[in-house]
Design a protein around this ligand. Structure first.
Ligand code: IMP
Length: 441
């Protein structure tokens, strides 16, 4: 112990990677527990950008071991490229520092083909997926016909099974979706490449983390996507296919729930969303455009422009509840600098009636009339600030007040992309101890 879970409290892209990277200065392990290469984290260290999709954000810290839990779906090709790129940038990625759980599932070429063929067929009803095969891979896991890293050690058996599976997928692709089929050899090459380049990384993450937790190691569980994209509790059907909530850290890494000590929810000072789906607090132009450009709000994976909206405290209260968030980090406060007024949605009205929670039906979420309160804006460049009490008074008031509204204290403020632009309040006691931050900071 202790174990810290870091999750996105909105629709993803909250800046979790940067936070995890910072928090890993005190961590022995960083564990990914869900999602796949639909995630994209950009870390900036000493002005150098590193993009990560599957490799946990702790990889830039030499003393930190990174594990990819059974709950993650891994496109071997994507992971191999990521490892190569990291090595090219001088980062030591070795089986001693990176372990993939034997029970994690592989994303194979037919998953990607299915994802894209379904989206094309759905037309205007498409989910707006990242096209990485995430959904079809999780479907196969639930359907008990997926390919796991453990299967790479029994290739004869796998080849027989895959021949039948690929034939089934091709039937579906061609006859139902009207799409091109996938050649078995293409699939098999992908498997062989995984065997050649990733087999040495395969291990038992549950055993490793259990031992680590019992011997007092510090672990950061790194979430991907965000609460409102959770497969069951998000804005269904415009969601991803994994559980993005803090609880998924246990099933996704094979560790007991009793080990999770603290849940840190990460949210932007505003909201963004990429892909299709309802977005109650979407901003009007030209404000949305200004926020998008200033905040660099373009998907790290697909490059798509993100829709921008005001901070949604109703959805955030839901995130606090669903995850059991103990404390909150608010990121990108610098992006809102210069706006005269900052809006926060505190109530949802549906057909004139106040409702307590985010509706379950997407068309109802679409009909919500958000009720806003307004805060005085803040100005100037405060990206160099390192102490909470040096933040502009308006920023501190905003953070304290939204903490009260959402029912979880805001104890971390992120005011820039660099590691150092992370400021802790005196209330961040768990995280301060975890990272060993001196009291005066
Ligand atoms: P999928 O995860 O590729 O199946 O996409 C499903 C939905 O989740 C789409 O709206 C995607 O844009 C969204 N999504 C998936 N991963 C991320 C992420 O890391 N950040 C933000 N949105 C994401």
């Amino acid at each position: 112990m202790p174990a810290l879970v870091v999750i996105g409290a909105q629709w993803g892209d909250e800046g979790k990677g940067k936070l995890v990277d910072y928090l890993t200065s005190g961590a022995d392990f960083v564990a990914r527990f869900q999602g796949g290469n639909n995630a994209g984290h950009t870390l900036v260290v000493d002005g150098v950008k590193t993009k990560l999709q599957l490799v946990p954000s702790g990889i830039l810290r030499e003393q930190t071991r990174c594990v990819i839990g059974a709950g993650v779906v891994v496109d071997p090709n994507a992971l191999i490229n990521e490892i190569r790129n990291l090595r090219g940038a001088g980062v030591a990625v070795t089986p001693a520092r990176l372990v993939i759980d034997r029970d994690a599932h592989l994303i194979l070429p037919y998953h990607i083909a299915l994802d894209n063929a379904r989206e094309a067929r759905a037309g205007k009803n498409k989910i707006g997926t990242t096209g990485r095969g995430i959904g079809p891979a999780y479907e196969d896991r639930a359907g008990r016909c997926g390919v796991r890293f453990a299967d790479l050690f029994l290739l004869d058996e796998l080849k027989l099974r895959l021949a039948d599976l690929v034939a089934q997928k091709n039937d579906y692709l061609a006859k139902v979706l009207g799409a091109d089929s996938i050649d078995f050899n293409t699939v098999w090459e992908s498997v062989e490449q995984a065997v050649r380049e990733l087999k040495d990384y395969v291990g038992n993450v549950s055993l490793i983390l259990d031992g680590a937790l019992k011997s007092g190691s510090k672990i950061v569980f790194e979430g991907a996507q965000g609460t409102l994209l959770d497969q069951t509790h998000g804005t269904v059907p415009f969601v991803t296919s994994s559980h993005t909530l803090a609880g998924a850290a246990t099933t996704g890494c094979g560790v007991g729930a009793k080990y999770l000590d603290h849940v840190l929810g990460v949210a932007k000072a505003y909201c963004t969303r990429v892909g299709s789906g309802p977005f109650p607090t979407i901003m009007d132009e030209p404000i949305a455009h200004q926020v998008r450009e200033k905040g660099g709000e373009y998907g790290t994976v697909t490059g798509r422009p993100r829709a921008c909206g005001w901070f949604d405290a109703v959805a955030m209260r839901r995130a606090v509840r669903l995850n059991g968030i103990d404390s909150v980090a608010i990121t990108k406060l610098d992006v809102l600098s210069g706006f005269e007024k900052i809006k926060v949605c505190v109530k949802y009205l549906l057909d004139g009636q106040e409702i307590e929670d985010v509706p379950a039906i997407a068309s109802e979420v679409d009909r919500i009339a958000p009720h806003y309160i307004e805060f005085d804006g803040w100005a100037g460049d405060f990206t160099g600030v390192t102490k909470w009490h040096h933040l502009p008074a308006e920023v501190r008031f905003y953070l304290t007040t939204i903490g009260e509204i959402i029912g979880a204290p805001v104890t971390i403020a992120s005011v820039g992309a660099e590691r150092e632009s992370t400021i802790f309040s005196s209330g961040a006691s768990f995280v301060r101890t975890f990272v060993q931050i001196p009291e005066e900071m």
